[in-house]
Design a protein around this ligand. Structure first.
Ligand code: HEC
Length: 107
């Protein structure tokens, strides 16, 4: 026993804590579904592009996108293009979660 053990416990707790506020598991599932089907209707089911550009992580990273820049686009859409604003139907944490998924890659 002793302090070593206690620190391990604390480290485990910190690791388990979400880095940011995340939507619940079931919410994440419906967001993932939405990403595939709603966003996918323009960006392609596998997000490789269609009417809208590819949203694959390598490409987004190449363009210098961050969670913040993606969140802005998703929240407000891109004026004068087919990309609609999702702010009216998605919470901020939903949008940030989706942006994080896009940067990490969903599959
Ligand atoms: C009706 C078609 C349509 C739907 C649905 C749609 N998008 Fe888009 N999206 C576009 C188009 C078109 C663009 C390119 C706009 C431009 O020319 O800059 C775009 C651009 C983007 C970009 C910027 C990509 C880049 O390379 O800078 C992101 C991120 C994005 N969309 C995410 C999403 C997400 C997430 C969803 C679902 C919540 C979604 N889009 C749904 C049409 C769509």
């Amino acid at each position: 026993m002793g302090t070593g053990r206690r620190w391990l416990g604390i480290a485990a707790l910190l690791l388990a804590a979400p880095v940011m506020a995340e939507p619940s598991d079931s919410r994440q599932q419906s967001l993932a579904y939405m990403l595939k089907h709603d966003c996918g209707s323009c960006h392609g089911m596998t997000l490789k592009g269609g009417l809208g550009p590819s949203l694959l992580p390598e490409l987004l990273q190449q363009k210098g996108h961050t969670i913040d820049s993606l969140s802005l686009i998703i929240r407000h859409g891109v004026p004068d293009t087919a990309m609609p604003p999702w702010g009216p139907i998605l919470a901020d944490e939903d949008i940030r979660w989706i942006s994080d998924q896009l940067l990490k890659g969903t599959n």
